[in-house]
Design a protein. Structure first.
Length: 130
């Protein structure tokens, strides 16, 4: 028989039920994927329906998923990486087009058509990439 883990010092039920810290510690382990609700119920000798109520009341996972439009962090990262690759390709195309225009028409497009601020930002970006 395995020994039950102690989460906090005040993990025993009080006259009003389990301590707030105890509930939050269990919820955190569930939301981080360390335990399922049923595993937590068995491990800490708490009803699974009680844990579900705690999650509904105190949990952050639902809120986080709604903020990420129901996507997991890995899915969100993959989506952002894809957008970054697409943006990098667009930048490369624009830079190549500007170089071609400058070579063909002997016009410094950056100098002639960009504002002073845009040129300043462009120069600082070029310095950072070096």
């Amino acid at each position: 028989m395995r020994k039950k883990k102690t989460i906090t010092l005040s993990s025993k039920p009080t006259y009003q039920g389990y301590s707030h810290g105890f509930k939050l510690a269990i919820i955190e382990r569930i939301e981080n994927g360390q335990l399922s609700i049923n595993q937590a119920a068995k491990e800490y000798d708490v009803s699974s329906s009680g844990i579900r109520k705690w999650i509904k009341k105190y949990g952050n996972l639902d809120r986080k998923l709604r903020n990420m439009q129901g996507k997991s962090p890995k899915q969100k990262i993959a989506e952002l990486e894809k957008k970054l690759r697409e943006s990098e390709k667009k930048v490369l195309i624009w830079e190549t087009a500007m170089e071609i225009i400058e070579d063909e028409f002997h016009v410094d497009v950056k100098k002639k058509y960009l504002t002073r601020y845009q040129r300043h930002v462009l120069k600082s970006m070029e310095k950072e990439s070096e």
